[in-house]
Design a protein around this ligand. Sequence first.
Ligand SMILES: [Fe+2]
Ligand SMILES: [Fe+2]
Length: 343
Amino acid sequence: MKEIFVKDLSSGKRIQGVFFVKNKVMAIDRQGKPYLIVLLSDKTGDVEARLWENVEHFSKLFEVNDVVMIDGWTQTYQGKLQIKLIKIMRSEEEWNFEDFFPGRRREKKELIREFNALFNMYLRDVYLIELVDLFLKDQDFMEKFLTVPAAKSLHHAYIGGLAEHTLSVMKAVVKLSEHYRRFYGESFNHEVALVGAFLHDVGKIKELSYEKSFNYTDEGRLLGHIIQGIQMVDEKIKSIKGFPELLRLHILHIIASHHGNYEFGSPKRPKTIEALIVHYADDLDSKIESFHSHMKEIRDTSDDRWTGYLKHYDRFLFVEPYESSELEPSESTQLEFFSDFDE
Ligand SMILES: [Fe+2]
Ligand SMILES: [Fe+2]
């Protein structure tokens, strides 16, 4: 069991404990000697650690995304807490990954209630209802689906992140469907878009493993969550008698195309309006959450108006939003736009 957390560390103490390895870099000091810079983390934060001795030996004993056992000393370097490592190696014990990732933002029960509300409100097709029901009743699936992060670091990287991301994409899809249905309703089916949004990332529960290390599984590396998701959904569809082939193709296509482009790992690009809506809702949702997290981190820790350079996005982000100066209530009742506009 994990006993020491990053937030409890203070300078000048011996420390023995388990941490998650976010990053590992080999560097060279002024004398030309190699040393190791390791970014350790848990659910309470990150701390940098350095190993100066036996570098070659220990660097072989762990990798990024492993949970490691460390022995070392805490010290302050340039105003920041750092760990001077004596030993570091992969922990072979099974660990509770809830200790290593930021905690869930919303309770499981609340998430389940929201999924149910959306399905009750918008689903009328018997086959889609049965398909959704098969997933909701699959306890093993739901347990993982409501617990795992959506990604290791890119977006929604906290307990329950996948379910929260999925729910948010579904809500965006509902709004977009309502908007576009008024004009182009004959060209798409909003129920298909909603169920497609629910299922778009289900393969992630198989893409990553959560024991010993938080990492891609062999199957995840070799197939990826899009193909794994298609397999999972197709398996359930096959168990539903009379499931229409056209509906099957529509649903599987949404999963196949949700990354939008070949270069982002989509085997297919969206070829239906439902798939287009899910792709953009997914892309927007993951980016907004990720932009927000980067901005919040800067706001919480400094007065800077810009984030550092974010390699993944190839840009800096501007942190300071404009705050509205609101009208007095009495003024707003008199507001009339276009008052001089000739009809
Ligand atoms: Fe995805
Ligand atoms: Fe997604």
